[in-house]
Design a protein around this ligand. Structure first.
Ligand code: NAP
Ligand code: HSE
Length: 429
């Protein structure tokens, strides 16, 4: 038995430096918990001269990530550098070399999760990715283990810290979208390409990962219907507040009555009395509904250096324990079903619509009549302002099939008296 476990760290940015710091600070305790001292043997970065968030002996750093995954002394590869194709090749090499892998890389798992899982099983190594969803919140392990006795019906919640931070700043301090995004980037919450956050792709990838585990059927990122927050305006936030709602980016994966999976990410009006409405800043919250547990909610910081490092180091601890006990790679492939992913058009929601229409008698009735022809029934409708030419109206619909709503909006857009459909958002019940 080796006297210690050697880690090869790929990346020393926000998350990597957090992992380094936690392993240094909690090292003695972790050695007792796992039975073996954990040593970082080498760290791959792009730029050896860059200033780091942590002080690291320079002889640990290398720009050769391939050398790290081929180093026979390294037992566990911890990938916190991001990227998809090149990174996948590095992890496949690590598995071929008999190394367990811990990663925070949701982009990679949401696209190549199946290939990587099969490679891990084939090589008898662990493949752990708790940090890929919800930052510091435990959700992958609960779905795989603690909640495995359930038939899961739904996983839904706030799964992106950057967008929740932006929406909170816009709502509570009236901050502009761009300024709030800059602050989120400075705090280390955002992805290298922040479009990933604000366009909803990051949340979509996380929903693909949790849906695959919850329903034991592979859901890849392209299967998820995704809408981001870039079209949300201060006016929508204000109107939502007036009506008793907060606007949140929601990710949702459900098993439908006909045995399909529905997977969506969208900004939505959430009633202020709903627990998700008060989840603010970089916090994430994920609800899991199962036939035995009922409902469970997981809450915590969803992004940032140390919360994410907490999840990565938790996986390292599991990998080291398995290494020590000789139980590495003793897991089964999670996705043994092949369930169809339902088109978002078949999902049912209530909707918030904001329209600019001609300020004339009979227009509201004509709008109600037109959308009514598509089975869209109005719950509330009121006028926000008018200037003799144009009036702005806000409509909340009853639950309707999304496809029917889209057809109604297409026809509404062609009506002479409708100047613009300014906003369409879902409303969480
Ligand atoms: P980051 O701050 O940009 O750090 C990336 C690190 O990887 C940097 O140290 C960079 O080197 C290194 N790197 C990139 N490409 C490399 C290459 N080809 N070879 C060697 N080193 C390379 O990113 P991060 O925020 O830590 O995120 C890392 C991963 O964790 C991503 O997959 C992200 O999605 C995921 N994640 C992040 C968070 C978060 O809150 N930030 C939370 C959960 C998951 P240099 O420093 O020399 O440029
Ligand atoms: N950019 C991601 C977020 C990091 O803001 O949630 C955590 O996965």
């Amino acid at each position: 038995m080796k006297p210690q476990v050697n880690i090869g760290l790929l990346g020393l940015g926000t998350v990597g430096s957090g992992v380094y710091q936690v392993l240094q600070e909690n090292g003695e305790e972790l050695a007792k918990r796992t039975g073996l001292p954990i040593r970082i043997k080498s760290i791959a970065v792009r730029d050896l001269d860059k200033e780091r968030l942590v002080e690291v002996p320079s002889d640990l750093l290398t720009t050769d990530a391939v050398k790290v995954v081929n180093d026979p002394d390294i037992d566990i590869v911890v990938e916190v550098m991001g990227g998809i194709e090149g990174t996948k090749d590095l992890l496949l090499t690590a598995f071929r070399n008999g190394k367990s892998v811990v990663t925070a890389n949701k982009d990679l798992i949401a696209e190549h999760g199946e290939e990587l899982t099969l490679a891990a099983v084939r090589s008898g190594c662990d493949f752990l990715y708790e940090a890929s969803v919800g930052g510091g919140i435990p959700i992958i392990r609960p779905l795989r283990k603690d909640l495995a006795g359930n038939r899961i019906h739904e996983v839904m919640g706030i799964v992106n810290g950057t967008t929740n931070f932006i929406l909170t700043r816009m709502s509570q301090s009236g901050m502009a979208f761009e300024d709030a995004l800059k602050e989120a980037q400075a705090l280390g919450y955002a992805e290298a390409n922040p479009a990933s956050d604000v366009e909803g792709w990051d949340a979509g990838r996380k929903i693909a990962i949790v849906a695959s585990l919850a329903f034991n059927s592979r859901v890849n990122f392209p299967d998820v219907d995704v809408e981001g927050i870039t079209a949300i305006t201060a006016r929508d936030i204000e109107y939502a507040k007036e009506m008793g709602y907060a606007i949140k980016l929601i990710g949702c994966a459900k098993e439908t009555e006909n045995g399909k999976i529905s997977a969506q990410v969208y900004p939505a009006l959430v009633p202020l009395e709903h627990p998700l409405a008060s989840v603010n800043g970089a916090y994430n919250a994920i609800f899991v509904r199962g036939n035995a547990i009922g409902e469970a909610m997981f809450l915590g910081l969803g992004a940032g250096q140390l919360p994410t490092a907490s999840a990565v180091v938790g996986d390292i601890v599991e990998a080291v324990r398995n290494f020590h006990a000789g139980t590495r790679g003793k897991f089964l492939v999670d996705c043994y079903h092949k369930k169809e992913v339902q088109s978002a058009l078949d999902n049912h929601h209530r909707f918030y619509l904001r329209l600019e229409v001609a300020d004339q008698a009979g227009v509201l009735g004509a709008i109600a009549g037109k959308i009514g022809q598509h089975g869209v029934s109005i719950q509330t409708m009121f006028q926000k302002w008018a200037d003799n030419k144009t009036a702005e109206i806000v409509v909340i619909t009853h639950q309707v099939r999304e496809g029917a709503l889209r057809n109604a909006l297409n026809e509404l857009g062609d009506m002479e008296h409708v100047r613009a459909i300014k906003q369409t958002l879902r409303v969480v019940d």
